[in-house]
Design a protein around this ligand. Structure first.
Ligand code: SF4
Ligand code: MG
Length: 451
């Protein structure tokens, strides 16, 4: 998912709309904006893309000088309007809205406890728990209750919580998801990625630190910590696939890291070939890096229909299969009689690779060598990236690369090593520099509360 918030700007709602538009790659199922004029909320949410959910008329109805917005792709809770965010509540202090990117690993436990205490839930998302915890906090006033509640939730969360007059920005103690701050004059902007700051012409201010909260209101900005500085576990998949290439996370350009992943991949798994081809758009930088390193020319051998969405984010396998077919086509001119290196950023279920190797062969390629710019995904993600169950993961269905290559119809298949991934995404975070690689390695940075 993607979150975006604006404090103290006369065009808060419009800016949020543009910000969400720039974060659309992070979720396409639903979008929502909540605005406050300092006294009360106006909000609108709907299923679909930002441009489908909001019209000029609707935006004009959401006046206010502060706003938060959300684009969703579901990992916990079904793809339903009632689960669309920001979630909006009435509580003892007035209005409350929550926009959350991530996934709470202790959600089931906390939900049960709350239900036993009499809470009634309106949604099936983990995010609703946060609102209940705030409403039931023993601390009086949102400015105390909000930060306090952050201690009770575990997992990944880049959070924007708004009341009629205040905004709370917080990032989980592991820093699993990106969350950046910007400024437009005196106005404060919070966004999942810096590309959304660029979109509204905000000046990058800084990243939110893991375990940090900021409470913003007319008195100014208070900051504090709900967790000690500890190990940082930024999601490495943000660099591999999820984030937009023009974003900068913890000082590192996503584009340059993606290129580096491709370069390292070429060093680890060289091959004789005539052209390097990417699966657009997400693997273009990695394919360019592979081409640079290997000296094999990069060509646009596959074209993407710009009107098709991201196939992975489609909620069912049928939709995903169809989406891949509608999305990508091969260019015979480039591929006929060639030995092709096909670079993709990841194999999750294997849907994409299988289909594309087929496409490339149909276009007349002599050989297809598939190179993946991340290690094998063998474990589900519990932190908000939609991975299927362990059994559905392609890498768990087959013994080794050779068997997998056969299944997708490739002449050879190779994955980046975990060491190679870490070398490229070795982000420099103040005093520690670890990142989450759990879906590759199986080592999760948090308790999973599975039993
Ligand atoms: Fe990212 Fe994988 Fe960790 Fe999930 S498990 S947060 S996708 S690195
Ligand atoms: Mg792709």
């Amino acid at each position: 998912c993607g979150v975006f918030g604006v404090f103290n700007h006369p065009k808060a709602t419009d800016l949020t709309y543009y910000g969400l538009h720039a974060l659309q790659h992070r979720g396409q199922e639903s979008a929502g904006i909540v605005a406050s004029d300092g006294k009360s909320f106006r909000h609108h949410r709907g299923m679909g893309l930002v441009t489908q959910v909001f019209s000029r008329e609707i935006l004009d109805g959401l006046s206010g000088n502060m706003a938060i917005g959300h684009v969703r792709y579901s990992t916990s809770g079904a793809s339903l309007l009632q689960n669309a965010q920001p979630l909006v509540f009435k509580y003892s202090e007035g209005d409350l809205a929550v926009a959350h990117n991530g996934n709470l690993v202790n959600a089931a436990i906390e939900r049960k406890v709350l239900q036993q205490q009499g809470a009634i839930f309106q949604t099936t998302t983990d995010t609703e728990i946060i609102a209940h915890l705030i409403a039931r906090s023993s601390k009086k006033y949102f400015e105390k209750a909000g930060p306090e509640v952050l201690k009770r939730i575990d997992g990944s969360f880049a959070l924007l919580i708004m009341t009629d007059k205040q905004m709370l920005v917080a990032l989980d103690r592991h820093g699993l998801r990106p969350l950046s701050l910007g400024k437009i004059g005196e106005s404060i902007i919070a966004a999942s990625e810096t590309c959304a700051l660029e979109a509204v012409d905000a000046k990058f201010w800084r990243d939110v630190e893991p375990g940090e909260w900021l409470l913003i209101d007319e008195k100014g900005i208070q900051t504090g910590r709900f967790a000690e500085k500890g190990d940082v576990s930024l999601c490495s998949f943000e660099f591999v696939y999820f984030a937009r290439p023009d974003s900068v996370i913890h000082g590192r350009s996503v584009l340059s890291i993606r290129k580096e992943l491709g370069q390292i991949l070429a060093k680890e798994h060289p091959t004789q070939a005539d052209v390097v081809v990417a699966v657009p758009e997400s693997s273009v930088p990695a394919a360019m890096g592979f081409a640079q390193q290997s000296g094999i020319p990069y060509e646009m051998g596959i074209i993407k229909n710009p009107y098709a969405g991201r196939s992975f984010i489609e909620p069912t396998q049928e939709l995903r299969d169809l989406a891949v077919r509608l999305k990508l086509s091969a260019v015979r001119e480039i591929l006929e009689d060639k030995r092709v290196v096909l670079v993709d950023d990841s194999i999750v279920r294997g849907t994409t690779s299988k289909r594309i190797v087929q496409l490339i062969r149909q276009a007349g390629a002599k050989e297809v060598h598939v190179r993946i710019s991340s290690p094998m995904v063998k474990n589900p993600c519990f932190y908000g990236v939609d991975m299927p169950t362990k059994e559905e993961l392609f890498a768990n269905k087959h013994e080794h690369e050779r068997a997998m290559g056969k299944v997708i119809g490739a002449d050879s298949l190779a994955f980046l090593s975990t060491e190679g991934l870490l070398e490229a995404v070795d982000v420099d975070l103040a005093d520690t520099s670890s990142r989450c690689i759990a879906c590759f390695s199986g080592a999760y940075p948090t308790n999973l509360y599975l039993k």
